[in-house]
Each structure stands twice: as C-alpha cells, then as structure tokens.
Design a protein around this ligand. Structure first.
Ligand code: HPA
Length: 273
C-alpha cells in the first residue's frame, strides 16, 4: 500500500520532531542566495532534506537543501535552506510538500523569500520588494487532484494571499531601517528559461511588478493550510528586455551584495511579528 499524502506528511513531521524539534511558530523559505539567514539561527538543529522521509532533494546550485530549526529574533523558526522548484521536474505537490510538513509541525505563519526579476520600471537591481499579491502563471496548481479535507478546503480563498497585517508590520520595520522597501505583485512562471522580452511586456500589462520561478505554489498551499504569509523578493536583475541579457551568476551576485540588509530586514520583521 502506498502512503497517502496525509500519511507522508505525518511520517516526515514525526521524523523531524524526533530530531528534537518542539515549539514552532514561523516557517521560513530562503530563496536563491538568501540561505545565509539560517546560519544566524541560535542553537540550530540541522536536518538534511535527504534524511527526511518523502522529502524531495534540491538540485540547484546556491541551495543547500536542509532544514534549520532554532530561535531567530526570539521566535521559534524552521527554515528551509533551499527550496524545490517546478522546473526541476518535481510535481507542484512535491514542491509544496515541506509547507504541509511545516503546518503539521505547528507553524502558524510562513515567510517566503526569493530572487526575482524587476518588471516595474521604477525598480532597481538590489532592491527589496514586499509581495502584496501574486499571479499564478505556472499553468498548474498544487491543489489539483483529490482534496483531503483534513488539510484544507476544496476551493481555497485567495483574496488575501499575503497577510495585510504582516505587510503593515514590514512597512513599519522598513521605515525604521530607512529601507526603501518596494511593493508589488509577483508573477510566477515555471522556468527554467528566463522569460522573453514579449513575456515580460505581457506580465507588466497583467499587473506584475516582479517575476520568478518559485513562491506561487508554496503560497497557494500555505493558504490552503490556513497559514499567514509574508513574502519578500530581492530584485536581483531587471527582467528580460530591460537589460542586455540574464544569467544565474548575476542573480547570485546581487543577493550576495544585498544579503546583509536582507537578513537584518527579515530578522527585524520576525522580532516585530
Ligand atoms: N526571471 C525569473 N526568475 C528570476 C529572475 C528573472 O528575471 N531573476 C531572478 N529569478
């Protein structure tokens, strides 16, 4: 008998708990080049994805592929150092499995971060954008297929994907740091190609401010699971057609340059939530 999704979640959560994890408040997903925040977690318990039953294994460079548990800014967090992407060949159910496990372990909120291309012409490379809404442009949805009512409802309300009160807190934190925090809509493509200039023009017409290859499925599942969500993008480059060409090295270079501010911002938000 193959295990049901619910059984897989429970088995993964049990394994993680057995590593010494008790209280949990916040789940943290650290995107491309942003994983160093997990190194600041106090008295960390580190668990490799490969050791966790039913967990996929991350393949992208710049993604460590481990969970880090402990206290950060006085809050109990479980951080994903590296995430799973649709373009790696995982199903969206697999991509979002860790969110299910986080919920089972007791997190009430999720902070998602990513590297993204700037579509909004007001944005410059290296800025941080708080995600206020999202467009699912992956062509799929992680909730497709049979719905387990114990995990969430069949038709999930996406009226407020990103928590309004958390956004207000993040604005206040940014103001105190004199950080020019941008805000906008994140559009998620499947990747792994970067977009074409025509696709970016389209995305802008659709109301998108930043583009990436992650986050959207995770936030859908977080909402299904009843979690509150805060999202922050690091604008690592201008989107296709707005600069000469795109490459992953530039993305990593920008996150490297911004990481000190980024880490402080997330820590200050955590302290204030
Ligand atoms: N497009 C898609 N994903 C990205 C980009 C981009 O321009 N930059 C960083 N991740």
């Amino acid at each position: 008998m193959t295990a049901t999704l619910r059984e897989k979640i429970q088995q993964a959560a049990l394994f993680i708990k057995e590593q010494g994890i008790q209280t949990l408040e916040f789940g943290l997903i650290l995107g491309s080049g942003l994983g160093e925040l997990a190194d600041e977690i106090e008295n960390p318990i580190i668990i490799s994805y490969g050791d966790i039953p039913h967990f996929p294994v991350s393949t992208v460079t710049g993604h460590a592929g481990q969970l880090v548990y402990g206290k950060l800014s006085g809050k109990y967090v479980l951080a994903m150092q590296g995430r799973f992407h649709y373009y790696e060949g995982y199903s969206l159910q697999e991509v979002t499995f860790p969110i299910r496990v986080m919920k089972e372990l007791g997190v009430h909120s999720l902070i998602v971060t990513n590297a993204a291309g700037g579509i909004n012409t007001q944005f410059t490379q290296g800025e941080l954008m708080m995600i206020t809404d999202q467009i699912n442009y992956t062509g799929a949805n992680p909730l497709m297929g049979p719905n387990d009512e114990s995990l969430g409802v069949r038709f999930t309300d996406m009226s407020e994907p990103y928590d309004k009160a958390y956004q207000e807190t993040a604005r206040e934190v940014a103001a105190k740091m004199a950080l020019d925090l941008k805000e906008g809509v994140y559009i998620g493509f499947s990747g792994p190609t970067y977009e074409t200039p025509a696709e970016i023009k389209m995305a802008r017409l659709l109301g998108a401010d930043a583009v990436g290859m992650s986050t959207v499925p995770e936030v859908i599942v977080a909402k299904h699971a009843g979690l509150r969500v805060l999202g922050v993008s690091c604008i690592t480059n201008l989107a296709a057609g707005m600069q000469a060409s795109l490459n992953h090295e530039e993305v990593v270079e920008t996150t490297e340059r911004v990481k000190v501010t980024f880490k402080l911002f997330i820590k200050n938000i955590l302290a204030a939530l």
